[in-house]
Structures are given as C-alpha cells and as structure tokens.
Design a protein. Structure first.
Length: 183
C-alpha cells in the first residue's frame, strides 16, 4: 500500500512543479498591447524628421524621369501605391505622385483601401518610388516607419536624400530627412 501511495504522489508532485514553473512566466499583456497601441520605436525618429519643408521638391514622376543614380533629390508624394505600402519592421515605404488620385479623392468612391490607388493601377509603375530612411552610415533604419515618423497611409511627405536606380529603372530614395505635411 505504501508503494502505491508513493507512485501516486510522484506524478502529483511532478505536476505541481511543472505548474509552478509555468506560472513564473509573465504572460500578462503590457498596457500598450492591451490598449492596442503600437509600442514606442526603439530608434529616435526626431533626427530624421525635418521641422521645415525643404524647398525645390519635385513630384515622383519628375524625379523618376530626371534623376540619376546617386543624385541628391527632394521628392514629394503620398504614402501608398499598394494595399500595404510598408516594409514591416523597417523605415521604408512607397510613395505615389500627387497627380494620381487615391480612391478617397474620388467623390462617391467608398473603397476600403484608398491608398492602394486601385483606380489608377495602370499609372502606378511610373508614378511610385520606394523611400528608405537610412542612418549616417547608409544603413536602413530598423524601426517601423509609421512609428518612427508618425505617418500613415496617404500622408504627404517631402523627402530629402539620394536617388538609387536599379536596372529596371525603379527609383529608391535613400532618405536622410523627411518632412510630414499636415493634412
């Protein structure tokens, strides 16, 4: 009988230790997770935000046509061009030329994703640019652009930086500064 009690107690004690070990891990959501607000960026975005709008900004289409690889550029556009214009976890996003209309700019259009420019799809290939916010060493900043720059879809931004061209003619702007226009 004593042997039977020991065999019954052993699994019970093991379960208690296992439960105690699990309860030590804190799985309680933080206040920001609980409230649904994004966490604070780990990188200070103020060093990339311009306090005054740069002069001489050109539209996306003009910069795509006129800039060469390595040229200094000042470009203006609206964040969008696809359902998800963001590079997750990085300070990068696509912008669209101001001559194109987002669905929200068209009276009576109730598109749930107006920043994808679905009414202007055929014009997008020559009217978009990728913006990558880079640090002083030219490395892409490892922080979400929405949090880093306090921007969202359809925000109008003026970006200063260097043009980077690929073999297909696509334009990427290696941004050293971003000015966010008030809506």
């Amino acid at each position: 009988m004593k042997t039977t009690k020991r065999f019954l107690l052993l699994p019970l004690v093991s379960c208690l230790f296992a439960l105690a070990g699990c309860s030590e891990q804190d799985s309680t959501p933080t206040a920001s997770e609980d409230a649904g607000t994004p966490p604070t960026p780990a990188v200070d975005g103020t060093k990339f935000l311009l306090i005054a709008e740069p002069e001489g900004a050109n539209d996306v289409i003009n910069v795509r046509e006129d800039s060469g690889d390595g040229d200094d550029v000042v470009i203006v556009g609206r964040i969008g061009g696809s359902a998800n214009p963001w590079v997750e976890g990085r300070a990068a996003f696509s912008i669209v030329d101001g001559s194109l209309k987002a669905c929200s700019d068209i009276e009576g259009d109730s598109c749930p994703i107006p920043w994808d420019y679905c009414c202007e799809t055929s014009k997008l290939p020559t009217a978009t640019a990728l913006v990558k916010v880079v640090d002083e060493n030219g490395a892409l900043v490892k922080a979400d652009a929405r949090e880093l720059l306090s921007v969202k879809e359809l925000s109008t931004v003026v970006v200063t930086g260097k043009a980077q061209r690929d073999d297909a003619g696509n334009l990427t702007v290696l941004a050293s500064g971003v000015f966010v226009k008030k809506m």
